[in-house]
Design a protein around this ligand. Structure first.
Ligand code: ZN
Length: 142
């Protein structure tokens, strides 16, 4: 484990992720590592090998989940689990590392403290478990 594998949880990331506008809704989206995409996309072996960069769309109203800088796109039907960032219901997964749903957090706000402690202990896996590749705490209600 390197320091960088947990930079998702750092409040001051060393490098800002690159951004590209979503081809569907037009908003800026963060670059995501291929290792993250491989954890979420159905049949990743069908992707083949490309010299492309991948981005994650977290806009709740947009059906695009991942897209690449060469026009490739994947929607919600192309990923293995529902994307919490695109689900406004209580069943939405907010933290993929510990399987926390929105309903869980609303019923017991102390769960957020648990997740914060776990991430401080580097016992989380946001960089691959969360489809965004970013810290799950970003998804929690303020
Ligand atoms: Zn989009």
């Amino acid at each position: 484990m390197t320091e960088d594998s947990h930079s998702c949880c750092s409040s001051t990331p060393k490098t800002q992720p690159k951004k590209l506008p979503c081809p569907s809704h037009g908003g800026n989206c963060n670059e995501v590592a291929l290792s993250t995409l491989n954890q979420h996309i159905k049949q990743p072996w069908e992707l083949g090998f490309h010299d492309r960069r991948y981005f994650f769309c977290d806009d709740a109203a947009c059906d695009v989940v991942y897209f690449a800088d060469d026009g490739w796109q994947a929607g919600q039907g192309d990923v293995r689990t529902p994307v919490g960032q695109k689900d406004a219901t209580g069943a939405a997964t907010l933290c993929y590392c510990f399987g926390v749903t929105r309903r869980d957090v609303l019923a017991d706000p102390a769960i957020k403290k648990y997740v914060m402690d776990q991430t401080k202990n580097k016992a989380c896996a946001c960089s691959t478990q969360n489809p965004s590749g970013l810290c799950c705490l970003k998804n929690f209600p303020k």
